[in-house]
Design a protein around this ligand. Structure first.
Ligand SMILES: [Zn+2]
Length: 463
């Protein structure tokens, strides 16, 4: 879908570009795509890795783009949080409906230039791809959101409800900034949240769109520690029990245990859609589970595949083990780390208690060391489904709800009762996904339709 574009905004912004690679003439896409590409490429140049203090400057740059695009400076607030920062744009609507929020994050995962083919903090176009840390996660959708807002403003769009854009600054590490913003969103009466850092489309090997996942739920993350301590002593004079042996005895029961199978509206819908596409035993089990989440035969099959075991319940896996301090000393301490991906709505304390039962030894202390707030699955609202269906229709696909095994900023909003939907505009081939890894890249052709994607979403949901 081609819309008239505010080229008058694009030109001065292009002139702001610092990187010579970004300024190469002739490779800019037309219209808003040029602005989106410029904002994305310039954005990669801010190395917004934890501890480097570059997020405030990136936030200031994004604010300058919005102000140049017609937003009042007073409607955009940048608040420092330690060395990072948060950005909040409040676009006042007519108040016909309750406010909504759009979220994304400015920080990126660390990247060591020694390991990359190109400088990770200079966006570089090579053939049909843009390379750079954050060019996908999450500066892509963030730049597309900013561009769509500028385009809507230029077209004279008047929202029928307040649109709050909350951009966080430590999603990849501490998650403290999204927690602050979620509270603010709650106080502002936000009805639901659109997250540009989850969901998204899939391309086949030839680059044709083949599917779109709308993320409506995320499993909670939990690290549990099992610790045994012992007075120790010399290894030539053994005493019992031995701390390492005691801890080791817990590993098999924890590994062999299967938490109860669970389902929600989102996992049933995603199983039904995925099952319909396959004719093998796994596909049949997906279809059977979608129809009846208590089907024991289907559950047994789904538990044998790493792609589906996590979709049907909580999983816990021993991931690290440490113990002992000298080859000739009785161990004074042994510790097992168990990483759990907790099904939405399950309290982490119930998982801790289950691990205690499985350890079956009062000498072993089980503690929850790191967790994300448990967040319920978000209901599949007809207005969201209709808007996303319209946004992805030009690509010839329909949205399929999905549950992620990890966590994004959405959990902080869901935990406070605001449904949140991962509706990223980025479509990728499986083999091009290097998010968090080396040589992160996106196809340049992903840019123009992603701006349209966000424009349709915002127009449909905030008209
Ligand atoms: Zn991200």
């Amino acid at each position: 879908m081609q819309k008239p574009h505010p080229l008058r905004f694009a030109l001065p912004l292009l002139a702001l570009l610092a990187s010579p690679a970004a300024a190469a003439p002739g490779d800019a896409a037309p219209g808003d795509a040029a602005l989106a590409k410029a904002v994305l490429m310039k954005g990669v140049g801010f190395a917004t890795v934890k501890g480097r203090g570059n997020v405030p400057a990136y936030a200031a740059y994004l604010k300058s783009v919005l102000v140049e695009g017609g937003f009042a400076p007073g409607d955009i607030t940048i608040t420092p949080v330690g060395e990072t920062a948060i950005l909040h744009l409040a676009w006042k609507g007519s108040g016909k409906k309750k406010p909504i929020a759009v979220i994304a994050h400015m920080d990126v995962v660390e990247a060591d230039p020694k390991d990359w083919v190109r400088d990770p903090f200079v966006a570089t176009q090579d053939g049909d791809y843009l390379f750079g840390r954050g060019v996908g996660d999450n500066k892509f959708d963030l730049s597309m959101i900013v561009t769509a807002l500028v385009r809507l403003k230029a077209q004279g769009f008047k929202p029928g409800r307040d649109i709050h854009v909350f951009v966080s600054g430590d999603e990849e590490t501490d998650g403290t900034t999204a927690a602050i913003q979620a509270k603010e969103a709650k106080a502002l009466g936000v009805e639901f949240v659109l997250n540009g850092d989850a969901g998204g489309g899939e391309l086949d090997g030839a680059g044709r769109p083949v599917g779109y996942s709308l993320s409506g739920a995320e499993k909670a993350y939990g690290d549990f520690h099992l610790v045994v301590t012992n007075p120790g002593g010399h290894s030539s004079r053994p005493t019992y029990p031995n701390a390492i042996a005691e801890l080791a005895a817990t590993i098999a029961p924890i590994t062999d245990y299967r938490f109860p199978a669970q389902a929600n509206e989102i996992t049933r819908a995603s199983m039904a859609a995925a099952g319909a596409k396959r004719s093998d035993a796994l596909g049949k089990a997906m279809t059977a589970f979608a129809a009846n989440p208590e089907d024991a035969a289907a559950i047994a099959v789904l538990r044998t595949d790493p792609g589906t075991i996590g979709q049907i319940g909580t999983t816990c896996v021993p991931t690290m083990i440490t113990g002992g301090h000298a080859p000739n000393a009785l161990p004074q301490r042994a510790m097992l780390t168990v990483n759990c991906r907790i099904f939405p709505g399950v309290p982490p304390e119930s998982i801790r208690k289950q691990l205690e039962v499985l350890a079956n030894d009062p000498a072993i202390k089980v503690t929850l060391e790191a967790e994300w707030p448990p967040a319920p699955a978000s209901p599949l609202r007809p207005d969201i489904m209709a808007a996303v269906t319209k946004a992805v229709a030009p690509r010839g696909v329909k949205p399929v709800p999905g549950m992620d095994a990890g966590a994004s900023d959405s959990v902080f909003y869901r935990a406070l009762g605001m449904p949140s939907y991962g509706v990223a505009g980025l479509f990728m081939r499986d083999q091009d996904v290097f998010i968090h890894g080396l040589n992160e890249r996106i196809p340049v052709s992903a840019i123009a339709p992603a701006v349209d994607h966000w424009q349709v979403l915002l127009t449909e949901l905030a008209k």
